[in-house]
Design a protein around this ligand. Sequence first.
Ligand SMILES: [Fe+2]
Length: 270
Amino acid sequence: MTDHVAPAVQELLDGVHRHPALDNDFYALWMGQPLGFEDLRTFARNYLGRISQTPAVIALTILGVQDTEVRARVSGTLYTELGCADAEHAHLKLLEHYLTDLLSRVGGRSFTLGELQRAPLLACTQAFSAAQRVLYTSEHPCGILGAHLAQEWLAYPMLAKLYEGARLYMPLYPSIESFHEHAEYFHAHIGATEKAHRREALLAASRLCRTPKDWAELAGSIERVLHITADYWAGMFRALRASAARRSQASTDQLPGPHKATDAISEPQM
Ligand SMILES: [Fe+2]
């Protein structure tokens, strides 16, 4: 099995860092300042809502291709995603623990997973999940593998950026060690595991894509994932900006005399 990919596909993958899927206002905000409780809850709810689909779409990849070697390779990714058969180490569990713990620290009170899950999802998150399911149930296996490859290609830089933002909350932890203990979700991704997933996805694509039509299906899915991912983060940023505007309006409404509105995105609580 080689990792040859069509030049057009390689070009797409090489350019992901410049795409709004990775270079966008949300990441600039997230890495630039800690969010206040309300904005952090919006991020947490919608990131969790998106990531909770991950095991299912990896399973759809396995179902959607007939090739046993590809299935075996993708199964390895699913196995890791599910904590190597240990639910407590499943990536989704690690994320749930991280987010509820962080919200508890920022909010100054215990914040439960049920409370987080009761918050409604933004339209951008619902649209992302719906589009993702369409891609992962594509009739053409190379379309499915394109979605899988793009997801894996975006995962490492996405997690690296989210981790950089997470570090801004370090003063809320009693020690550096405590922060890292609670940041296991990031450590599970930024390292050999995510790099291995990316390579497996590339190998799977290069094994099944043989004809120009195959590569076109693959490239089309990659472009689609980039597009829906950019839309997802843009929707998240708009929601945070709108909530900041509402807070700003509410506070100016309470001022006794002439005043000027601020355009701050959110008020850091540290
Ligand atoms: Fe993961």
